[in-house]
Design a protein around this ligand. Sequence first.
Ligand code: NI
Length: 443
Amino acid sequence: MGFFNRVFLILALLSVELTPSSADSSSSSREITSIFLNHAKKKEVFDWMVGIRRKIHENPELGYEEFETSKLVRAELDKMGIPYKYPIAVTGVVGFVGSGEPPFVAIRADMDALSMQEMVEWEHKSKIPGKMHACGHDGHVAMLLGAAKILQEHRELLQGTVLLVFQPAEEGGGGAKKMVEAGVLENVEAIFGLHVYPDLPTGQVASRSGPFLAGSGFFEAVINGKGGHAAIPQHSIDPILAASNVIVSLQHLVSREADPLDSQVVTVAKFKGGGAFNVIPDSVTIGGTFRAFSKESFMQLKQRIEEVITRQATVQRCNATVDFHAAGKEPFTPPTINDKGLHGHFQSVAANLFGSDNVKDMQPVMGSEDFSFYQEMIPGYFFFLGTKDETSGKPASVHSPYFKINEDALPYGAALDASLAAGYLLELQTRSTPSSRKHHDEL
Ligand code: NI
């Protein structure tokens, strides 16, 4: 038999053998999804998730201070008999469900709140003045615990191990980066991350393949001149004028240097200098943020921001220093780029759960997410779960003091988290059919 005929025969045999097994995998993936959703919708499971979410909502904790939230997570995992690692990155917890053997797949929930005062008047309003779960991370924790319960009770269906990643400090603290540094993703094949979305109706999800959320960075610059009497400018070096020109020049970076089809932002949001009507100050401090959808564009912006500030300042005889670490936040968060291979998996699992009409493709969003630190290491997929509160008019956005979520979405999120992970393990098993491969290699 000629070489090509042999290859053809092998391919034909492979396809005969693989077709039924991949059909099995998609039908059992569909079955798993429906079993999981029914489980998540049980009244006792729903009430339990709502209770957890409300308890966390009443006691919001900021990044790296999520001690009570983390304690609650561990107490629930203990009750379910799920082993976990703690502490990771101060308050982080990673639970393990399934065989304990590879392959490993991860689902992530962030646990931190924001420093802002809740303005929603309801029974479970934040009890901590100046702190609020205004980004729905309380719901993320409740849904991941819901997924944990579903997966643990159906662990015989898992073809490997699911990691339940409860991370601290998403809101600018780079908690995901610290989790990665602690080795959480070792040997993990893929990671999924859910975020609530108040503009999307409950019962819908949205995401996209490729660049989804922007990378973000912060900068602060001090522009030094020489103070003096405002009526005698010739004896001073005016940092206010220099800073004003710096800001105008910074606005040319996106409009004149970036590809118009490659979305970017530079915003100066802070300007501090001077305190009197008749005194030229010694210095001015400005600060802001920059965003881009690729690492190259992001690094280019960073370099040009520094050059423009320092060089433009010298035009007015000032000197300037630029600091990218001064904001007290994680200085750089990479763009959130969804893996193309996982996009198909997400769409098919989500369509099984919600119906394909309710799985929406979204335009990229200029906000950022530290989930991107995981995606820098392994294939990852980030998506939005509809949590629109249909009882009010225009829903308040995330980070608004009026932010609310529709708790009816909790079972959907729990079932989706659990189905994405269990379905992915099934898909991996189908892909690697070691016994049939061995058989064919012997031909
Ligand atoms: Ni958030």
